[in-house]
Design a protein around this ligand. Structure first.
Ligand SMILES: NC(=O)c1ccc[n+]([C@@H]2O[C@H](COP(=O)([O-])OP(=O)(O)OC[C@H]3O[C@@H](n4cnc5c(N)ncnc54)[C@H](O)[C@@H]3O)[C@@H](O)[C@H]2O)c1
Length: 441
């Protein structure tokens, strides 16, 4: 099949590449010429495990192409995926300007049947708006060309995106047009040979499904974080509690890890957008999600609170090692990362930071610029040079089993603040280190 992917970011590049991997002809469009230049020169603009080799393989096979040329992109695919960003507007609602610009671009140029697929995370009712934008452009041209608008939200996880796309748990397709449903079934057949995972539903339900999924996951995290803070005050151990409740199959072990808050490009923005949709379109206050968001805002400062409790409110002249900058392991994505709030808090209290992350340091540098209070280390142990204490923010595998004796020898004060509960407290404390995890006595 000939497929155009509009927007070559995390979702667009992974989707386009995986669709090429199973034999489709794919053209990825982006308005950012720098991204397209990097891709055309054989690089990739993001870090995502396994993606670079897959891009190279499919480019070499002649199935995957990149362009900034909108005419070419609209002409190319019968299926036009829209995978552009939907960042939060000032009031928290999803900003649809990029989605609607992409839709208008298609309407302005299409000459034959197109299936226009919303893959971006978009509020309920967006497919109607995309439909109206395309219809409006066709009307201006005085032409009638058949097309269908489909909602096909993406559930991939950054850090495991290729695997998630190639072996999806489910594929949600919101559509009413039989021809479009047939094409979507054919398109996704290679990804579900073992058993059918495609769920067809009405468009609005598909749009809401994506928000419901992210809102549920964010809720589990905020719930555990709040209980962790309570456990700490009561002298209970949240890790024991986690195992105790996770063993109930109605609850399950997944996504029950307490920590220093959720971040990333999806949960914070999608929770906000759903709250706003409820307010604007249904006159409803989503009380649970409002609390989820407030709990998360609080949790992003929990490490700072612990640091100040240990070293005092004035951190002038102090320096802290930070292990992990990306919002989660296996990605260089820094959007809404808890590390950003922590670093800002430390700066505000007068401290400086020596940071290490396996892949997100260049992205951090782009965000913080030439910030003199922020230095970058070459490896985890190098980050401990001349610092007062160690703060762990992202649970990269390489942080899981460090040499505690060596850490103790390097730190000015032998203290670890662990925002991800990576270690056995007894083991750390037996090495002569003070250990401050989340929600543990
Ligand atoms: N990142 C994730 O893990 C993830 C997972 C599921 C769903 N989503 C959703 O998918 C969408 C895209 O997310 P992302 O993380 O890939 O964003 P991104 O910012 O990485 O990529 C979006 C790309 O779209 C390009 N773009 C903007 N307007 C364009 C236009 N008119 N024509 C062509 N290109 C255009 C931008 O230059 C950018 O490269 C969002 O709605 C997001 O919520 C993201």
């Amino acid at each position: 099949m000939k497929i155009t992917v509009v927007g070559t970011g995390y979702v667009g590049l992974v989707s386009g590449t995986c669709l090429a991997e199973v034999g489709n002809d794919v053209l990825c469009l982006d308005v950012d010429p720098e991204k397209i230049r990097i891709l055309e020169e054989g690089g990739i603009p993001i870090f995502e495990p396994g993606l670079q080799e897959m891009v190279r393989r499919n480019v070499a096979a002649g199935r995957l192409h990149f362009t900034t040329d909108v005419d070419k992109a609209v002409d190319f695919g019968t299926i036009q995926f829209i995978a552009v960003g939907t960042p939060p507007d000032e009031d928290g609602s999803a900003d649809l300007q990029y989605v609607l610009a992409a839709a208008r671009n298609i309407g302005k140029r299409m000459t034959d049947y197109k299936v226009i697929v919303d893959k971006s995370t978009v509020p309920v009712g967006t497919a109607d708006k995309v439909n109206a934008a395309v219809a409006d452009e066709l009307k201006k041209r005085g032409v009638e060309i058949p097309y269908a608008v489909v909602s096909n939200p993406e559930f991939l996880k950054e850090g495991a995106a290729v695997e998630d796309f190639m072996r999806p748990d489910r594929i949600v397709v919101g559509a009413e047009d039989d021809r479009a449903i047939h094409l979507m079934r054919a398109l996704y057949a290679p990804f579900q040979r073992n058993h059918e995972r495609l769920i067809v539903m009405d468009v609005k339900s598909a749009e809401l499904t994506k928000y419901a999924a992210n809102a549920m996951l964010a809720t589990r995290i905020s719930f555990m974080n709040e209980l962790a803070n309570l456990a700490e005050k009561l002298g209970a151990d949240i890790e024991a509690v986690r195992q105790g409740i996770g063993s109930d199959p109605r609850i399950g072990y997944h996504f029950l890890y307490p920590g220093c808050g959720y971040g990333g490009s999806c949960f914070p923005k999608d929770v906000k957008a759903l709250i706003q949709t409820a307010k604007d379109d249904a006159g409803m206050t989503l009380q649970v999600l409002t609390a989820v968001e407030a709990a998360n805002d609080h949790q992003k400062h929990v490490l700072t609170t612990k640091i100040k409790a240990r070293f005092g409110g004035d951190l002038k002249g102090r320096r802290f090692a930070v292990w992990g900058l990306a919002f989660k392991p296996n990605t260089d994505d820094m959007r809404e990362a808890p590390s950003r709030e922590l670093i800002a808090d430390l700066f505000a209290a007068g401290a400086s930071v020596r940071a290490y992350d396996p892949v997100a340091m260049h992205e951090t540098q782009r965000i913080f610029g030439d910030e003199p209070r922020l230095a970058y280390a070459e490896n985890p142990m190098d980050a401990l040079q001349d610092v007062d204490a160690l703060v762990i923010v992202t649970e990269w595998k390489e942080f899981r089993s460090p040499d505690f004796e060596a850490i103790k020898a390097r730190l000015k004060t032998p203290v670890i603040f662990d925002g991800r509960n990576l270690y056995d407290p007894k083991l750390v404390r037996d090495s002569g280190l003070e250990y401050n995890p989340i929600g543990r006595p």
